[in-house]
Write a protein that binds this ligand. Structure first.
Ligand SMILES: *[C@@H]1O[C@H](CO)[C@@H](O)[C@H](O)[C@H]1NC(C)=O
Ligand SMILES: *[C@@H]1O[C@H](CO)[C@@H](O)[C@H](O)[C@H]1NC(C)=O
Ligand SMILES: *[C@@H]1O[C@H](CO)[C@@H](O)[C@H](O)[C@H]1NC(C)=O
Ligand SMILES: *[C@@H]1O[C@H](CO)[C@@H](O)[C@H](O)[C@H]1NC(C)=O
Ligand SMILES: *[C@@H]1O[C@H](CO)[C@@H](O)[C@H](O)[C@H]1NC(C)=O
Length: 356
């Protein structure tokens, strides 16, 4: 029982995550639009005002992970830092870190998910730190949770590594059981004021990268099933928990849409990875099934949950990945995560706008 999934952690630190991303969705149940303007519909425009973008200088973010620190890793081009998301019918409000911190005063915001959640959490903490570099911050880690606090503002931004949301538990004799009906971390989540969930990429892993041996689904136990089916069942467990246990007038809930990767890109015509791409794409691919599954589950919920509909806008940004400037060059190509500063900062601008 206690031998819970600590083993998962090390696995999740690996970066070779496969994402078949695609669009769909902003406000599943309400919101997503501000005064009738759909923030997720728009285009990327080059903003050459030096004071606008990037939103921070990654070299002044001392806690940034190497894998996201593309400039330091030698990325030579910089246009990717200068694109601003322009909604079709309104402007995305500028980020004001002081206002953000004041809004969160005395509160706790937690990201729950895989390394794409980590990417967004780091973006947000860099944005906040860069705006007030003198403000002390405390960063610590307790088990699977990283806790970043700014005592000056009394705000906490947490990152809980949890790729499946549901549990993986070690049972008799080294059998790792994926429990589709169990959310042992939920009590910890419930204490938060804002939660941003994410799950998908790890559902695709098979073989050595699959961190479980058996699936337990209600009273039955089996070896495997189509991954979309498992994903939907797990999301339903999560949705049922939100609907029955979470007071969403106190805890605001977001779900991060599927983050698209750029491997095997038909739209790149010929070049099938993100290597060497320095400008946003003009076209995106279509909708993928996992996004539809997520949308379906969210739409079936009673409580108010916001979908951060970042899929399509990120699909344009094949230029935004670390490529060979993440972990270790061509042998560890990364067309999945996002350079910081970069695309994910925009996700946080959208999150800020939806927080109200
Ligand atoms: C998500 O945003 C895209 C781009 O605007 C849009 O086409 C799609 O319909 C949105 N999804 C939902 C569920 O609103
Ligand atoms: C940010 O918001 C604060 C408080 O509303 C305001 O005093 C400050 O001028 C704003 N900063 C910028 C750069 O707009
Ligand atoms: C800071 O926020 C916490 C809640 O996260 C609250 O319990 C505490 O009293 C606050 N401290 C101050 C000094 O406001
Ligand atoms: C656990 O597995 C090992 C090797 O597969 C076997 O030798 C041992 O008897 C098993 N122990 C139990 C308690 O099932
Ligand atoms: C997108 O279109 C613009 C304007 O037509 C062009 O300059 C640019 O090269 C195109 N981008 C790509 C990646 O094809």
């Amino acid at each position: 029982m206690f031998s819970l999934l600590v083993l998962l952690l090390s696995l999740m630190l690996s970066n070779n995550v496969v994402v078949y991303g695609n669009l769909i969705n902003h406000n599943v149940n309400q919101l997503g639009s501000i005064n009738g303007c759909d923030l997720f519909k728009g285009r990327w425009v080059y903003d050459d005002d030096a004071s606008d973008y990037p939103l921070y200088d990654s070299s002044v973010c001392p806690f940034i992970e190497k894998q996201f620190d593309c400039l330091k890793n030698g990325r030579p081009d910089r246009d990717y830092l200068k694109y601003k998301w322009q909604p079709s019918e309104c402007n995305l409000p500028r980020f004001n870190a002081t206002e953000f911190q004041n809004k969160l005063k005395g509160k706790q915001m937690m990201f729950v998910g895989d390394s794409i959640s980590l990417n967004q959490w780091q973006s947000l903490t860099c944005m906040l730190h860069a705006a007030d570099p003198q403000a002390k911050y405390i960063s610590k880690r307790i088990g699977p949770t990283s806790i970043f606090t700014f005592p000056k503002y009394n705000t906490s931004y947490l990152m809980h590594r949890n790729a499946f949301l549901v549990d993986i538990i070690m049972e008799n004799n080294e059998t790792r059981v994926l429990k589709l009906n169990s959310l042992s971390s939920a009590d910890e989540w419930k204490k938060m004021d804002v939660l941003i969930f994410d799950s998908w990429h790890w559902w695709l892993h098979t073989g050595r990268k699959q961190p479980w041996d058996l699936v337990q689904d209600g009273k039955s136990t089996y070896k495997d099933a189509p991954r979309l089916t498992l994903y939907e069942k797990a999301l339903n467990t999560w949705a049922k928990w939100v609907d029955s246990e979470v007071d969403t007038t106190k805890t605001k809930i977001f779900f991060q849409g599927v983050s698209p990767d750029h491997d095997n890109l038909v739209s790149l015509g010929g070049s099938n990875t993100c290597v060497g791409i320095t400008q946003p794409l003009n076209n995106t691919e279509g909708v993928h099934e996992e996004e539809l599954v997520l949308e379906k589950v969210l739409k079936g919920m009673n409580k108010q949950v916001y979908l951060l509909n970042i899929t399509k806008l990120s699909q344009y940004r094949a230029d935004g990945h670390p490529s060979v400037f993440g972990h270790g060059g061509h042998r560890d190509l990364d067309c999945t995560h996002w350079c910081l500063a970069g695309v994910v900062d925009t996700w946080n601008l959208l999150l800020t706008a939806l927080l109200g």
